[in-house]
Design a binder for this molecule. Structure first.
Ligand SMILES: Cc1cc2nc3c(=O)[nH]c(=O)nc-3n(C[C@H](O)[C@H](O)[C@H](O)COP(=O)(O)OP(=O)(O)OC[C@H]3O[C@@H](n4cnc5c(N)ncnc54)[C@H](O)[C@@H]3O)c2cc1C
Length: 511
């Protein structure tokens, strides 16, 4: 399988991985555990991709990942991160298991709790006293659907197992469980987690995104970058290497095999195997190979992506806002599937709010992040600029003013639901779709990569293997997004290199 290269260069690796987000890091550790000499090339100074954090007014903020589902015992994610050697060292703080997410609509006072499994039915029943059967069936359906994805449970299976559930659309499926439209809205209320679109999002996307959170929901302290840092430590311990500030600009093929990567400083990185843990469109733009046909390139180029977002970060005055251990998903217009684009007068429709507890004053929040969908086009004037830690090309005049405009209009809406925030803000900042693009490399700052559409299932499909026998794909652009989805995909990619039964047995602790 390995190419037989006659001249070993100084920078010759068994596996070269492009991108040190969760997908790339996890593949690096899993392969280094097998004795492979691994090198990861990362364009940013801070590794982690979506697992980055930043400090603002001396408070730590998550750039993307605010809570992780399914770290508790018995899940695939728990086993994967344990096997990778980091789970017992991850500092975690559980969200309130009885009220992980609170869903609310328009100016109604009621907040519907989405709880972990043991509390799920009892928490919603007071609001929907006639719907016990529907709530129970909903949980059973989630269990049934995720059971059909063999790798989700780290078992060998057949792709055909999931055939019967791939065609289920989210809203129609929920309507099959209950006629209560408000309950349907509540069950779909945290669809920001997977950028749901009514009439289009597959039910399996909802089920696989939420199943983990039904097990457990945790914040990584002080921020999600701990996951990346621990994986990096583990990789180093296993002899692996990460080169930061190294943007891969070219991938060069020789005799039908990928031979080396060229980074922006001109260095060449030779490898026997390569894993792309970056967006597929980005990969295709740097690879010099006829193996990827124009039809494939065009399909990838035309792939609809999930929208981008604006994130507002607020530092709060001490002891002004109570910390409850819950996230909020508020739908100001009353419609649960937000207008994802700014064209709508209702924008910003869905607001997702994530509070951080103040370690100095437990029971109070020290900061808050608010996420709303945003179209890239509103920031397209600055598309040529780049702003990442270590490389700071200032965006032209007008960008800050534009951000202030957005900050004011989003917060004006937030105050409708949370008037107590008005006097509680010490400092505020905003990340635009450009920030997400620059920190992760996703096209136009897309939140979760390609959009899944039940009516066009092939649209978002990218295989783990490529036309080049020594190049593989991993990451949210291939399969599922999220810490859970990307971890499972990293295992799937490594199974391609190591053998599925072999690796799954090891992760399951059977050898
Ligand atoms: C705003 C937001 C909020 C989220 N919230 C949550 C959450 O609360 N819980 C959850 O589970 N999931 C959440 N997710 C999803 C989750 O964070 C992602 O699905 C996952 O982290 C993606 O990992 P990845 O490795 O596939 O990609 P990324 O994290 O995007 O990593 C790709 C890496 O490749 C690098 N790169 C790109 N191009 C190059 C190049 N040419 N050369 C070298 N390096 C390159 C990038 O700099 C980046 O480090 C969120 C995502 C976003 C955007």
């Amino acid at each position: 399988m390995f190419a037989n290269f006659s001249t070993m260069q100084e920078q010759d690796y068994d596996v070269v991985i492009i991108g040190a987000g969760l997908g790339g890091l996890l593949c690096g550790v899993l392969l280094a555990k097998e004795g492979k000499k691994v090198c990861i090339l990362e364009k940013n100074r801070q590794i982690g991709g979506c697992l980055q954090t930043f400090a603002f007014h001396k408070k730590v903020f998550d750039a993307c990942v605010h809570y992780v589902g399914g770290l508790s015992e018995g899940t695939g994610l728990n086993k994967i991160l344990s096997y990778a050697g980091i789970l017992d060292r991850l500092p975690l703080k559980s969200l309130n298991p009885q009220r992980v997410d609170l869903i609310s609509f328009a100016d109604e006072k009621v907040e519907y709790p989405i709880a972990t499994r043991p509390f799920f039915v009892e928490q919603l029943l007071p609001f929907f006293p006639k719907e016990e059967g529907a709530l129970t069936r909903y949980l059973e359906l989630i269990t049934d659907v995720v059971a059909r994805f063999p790798l989700y449970h780290l078992r060998v299976g057949s792709a055909a197992e999931k055939d019967t559930v791939l065609g289920l659309e989210l809203v129609q499926t929920l309507r099959g469980l209950t006629k209560d439209e408000r309950l349907i809205q509540v069950l779909a209320g945290n669809n920001f987690l997977y950028a749901g679109v009514a009439g289009q999002t597959p039910f399996y996307n909802h089920a696989l995104s939420l199943d983990g959170y039904l097990h457990s929901a945790d914040k990584v302290l002080p921020g999600s970058s701990q996951v990346a840092k621990l994986l990096w430590k583990e990789l180093q311990h296993l002899g692996g290497y990460i080169q930061r500030n190294a943007r891969v600009e070219r991938l060069v093929e020789q005799d039908g095999m990928l031979r080396y990567a060229v980074t922006d400083d001109g260095r060449k990185w030779f490898g026997k195997e390569f894993i792309s843990a970056i967006p597929t469109s980005a990969l295709l733009s740097i690879i010099e190979s006829r193996a990827f046909r124009p039809a494939f390139r065009e399909r990838v180029q035309a792939m609809p992506h999930t929208p981008s977002a604006i994130m507002i970060n607020l530092v709060l005055r001490p002891k002004t806002i109570v910390y409850t251990g819950s996230n909020h998903y508020w739908h100001p217009s009353g419609a649960v599937f937000a207008k994802q684009h700014l064209g709508s007068i209702q924008w910003p429709d869905t607001q997702a709010l994530f509070f951080n507890e103040d370690p100095q004053h437990p029971g109070f929040a020290e900061s808050l992040s608010i996420l709303v969908y945003s179209s890239f086009t509103h920031f397209a004037a600055w598309a040529e600029s780049e702003n990442i830690l270590g490389v700071h090309h200032c965006r032209e005049l007008g960008y800050q003013e534009k951000k202030e405009e957005f900050l004011d209009s989003i917060l004006a809406k937030t105050y409708r639901k949370f008037p107590e925030l008005r006097g509680a803000i010490l400092a505020r900042s905003m990340a635009s779709p450009l920030s997400f693009r620059d920190y992760t490399g996703t096209p136009n700052g897309s939140l979760y990569g390609p959009e899944k559409n039940v009516h066009a299932p092939a649209q978002a499909q990218i295989g783990l293997r490529t036309k080049l026998p020594n190049l593989y794909f991993t990451g949210q652009n291939v399969n599922l997004h999220g810490v859970m989805g990307v971890s499972i995909t990293a295992v799937a990619t490594c199974c391609e290199l190591l053998g599925m039964e072999y690796l799954l047995e090891k992760i399951n602790g059977e050898t």
